[in-house]
Design a binder for this molecule. Structure first.
Ligand code: CND
Ligand code: ZN
Length: 375
């Protein structure tokens, strides 16, 4: 029985910006009040983790344990944890839901203010971390930190899921699947018969396609500079795919021509300013909606003529697909168990945690969609 004791276990630590993952023995402290200690079973590799390694996220301090897309089992609780008990299957929530703040109480937002107001980044609410390694404190990542055998999260950053849920690909509901799927259903509110364009066909963009298809979109245009992604995009519902490199004019112009004036919904799932502008410029001048999902480098700015919005275009974005995490994740897990969608389609590789660097190599080379690390 490990409850009440410090746990020594394996984790993948990033010691400094751009360094490779280092498999280390770490100590995981006991959870404090309102905290939950989780045994991670499976965790996916998302491009946001890679942005963090490269120092392209503002809320990251090194050394750190990254990872935010996981499924696991509760090992023990701190005091005053109400709705979760040891043995429960859970998904950590990188966008927490305290349920009490102004945004949690407002149906229009899924951004929890309690989590945003923390004094400093990479620590728990009391200002300290639960991880140490070689005598140094290791920082947490976006309320989760899942590239480890054990992690500690706040109760508002974890939700119980069905006890029969798979302890493998269900991890994709912790980020990639839900982010893309919700961007189509919640943020854009794709309507039946509409035309959609998805820039970037990684795990996020492909999940947008799954959402557009379920919403009944008539045309779903996948856009990627890597044509190896086109087969899977079509299998998931893309009706056509465009490689911008095949044309000597801007991809937005190609889409305007092919759609007779622009798409109803454009989604940016890359994280580059150029693709954000291309998405905006490929949306219909009167009623096109552009959704930014990709995460751009800190302090990037986007420049466009504001007049392009006057005729009726909408530009918006969302985090975690607009889902109120604690409320929605259990339902998404049930929908997955009921085969409403197939998470396995997004999984191309499985590796043990020890081979995490290989997993990131696969992401860099464009060979993987989602790699699941089995912890
Ligand atoms: P991944 O790297 O798997 O996919 C990106 C895709 O974009 C690849 O297929 C690339 O080939 C393609 N691409 C690159 N350049 C271009 C280009 N110029 N034109 C068209 N396609 C291009 O990444 P992912 O799917 O894991 O993540 C995508 C983005 O979403 C990334 O920025 C990530 O940080 C972000 C994200 C956002 C959120 C959120 O809540 N909003 C959550 N997780 C990840
Ligand atoms: Zn992610």
């Amino acid at each position: 029985d490990t409850a009440g004791k410090v746990i020594k276990c394996k984790a993948a630590v990033i010691w400094e910006k751009s360094a490779p993952f280092s498999i280390e023995e770490i100590e995981v402290a006991t959870p404090k009040a309102h905290e939950v200690r989780i045994k991670i079973i499976a965790t996916g590799i998302c491009r946001s983790d890679d942005h963090a390694v490269e120092g392209k996220l503002s809320n990251v301090k090194f050394p750190i344990i990254l990872g935010h897309e996981a499924v696991g089992i509760v090992e023990s609780n701190g005091e005053n944890v109400k709705h979760i008990k040891p043995g429960d299957r859970v998904i950590p929530l990188f966008v927490p839901q305290c349920g009490q703040c102004m945004c949690c109480k407002d149906s229009r937002s899924n951004i929890c203010i309690a989590a945003k107001l923390k004094k400093s980044v990479g620590v728990m609410s009391d200002g300290t971390t639960r991880f140490t390694c070689r005598g140094k404190q290791i920082y947490h990542f976006v309320n989760t930190s899942t590239f480890t055998e054990y992690t500690v999260v706040e109760e508002m950053a974890v939700t119980k899921i069905d006890s029969g849920a798979s302890l493998d690909n269900t991890c994709l509901i912790g980020c990639g699947f839900s982010t893309g799927y919700g961007s189509a259903l919640n943020t854009a509110k794709v309507h039946p018969g509409s035309t959609c364009a998805i820039f970037g066909l990684g795990g996020i963009g492909l999940a947008v396609i799954m959402g557009c298809k379920i919403a009944g979109a008539g045309r779903i245009i996948g856009v990627d500079v890597n044509p190896d992604k086109f087969n899977i995009a079509k299998e998931l519902g893309a009706t056509e795919c465009i490689n911008p490199k095949d044309y000597d004019k801007p991809v937005a112009q190609v889409i305007l021509e092919q759609t007779g004036g622009g798409v109803d919904y454009a989604f940016e799932c890359v994280g580059h300013i150029e693709t954000m502008l291309a998405a905006l410029n490929s949306s219909h001048f009167a009623y096109g909606t552009t959704v930014i999902v990709g995460v751009s480098a800190p302090e990037s700015t986007i420049t466009f003529d504001p007049m392009i919005l006057l005729s009726g275009r909408t530009l918006k974005g969302s985090v975690f697909g607009g889902w109120k995490s604690k409320d929605s994740v259990p339902q998404l897990v049930s929908d997955s168990m009921a085969k409403k969608f197939d998470l396995e389609k997004l999984v191309t590789h499985r590796l043990p945690l020890d081979k995490i660097n290989e997993g990131f190599d696969l992401l860099h080379s464009g060979k993987s969609i989602r790699t699941i690390l089995l912890v």
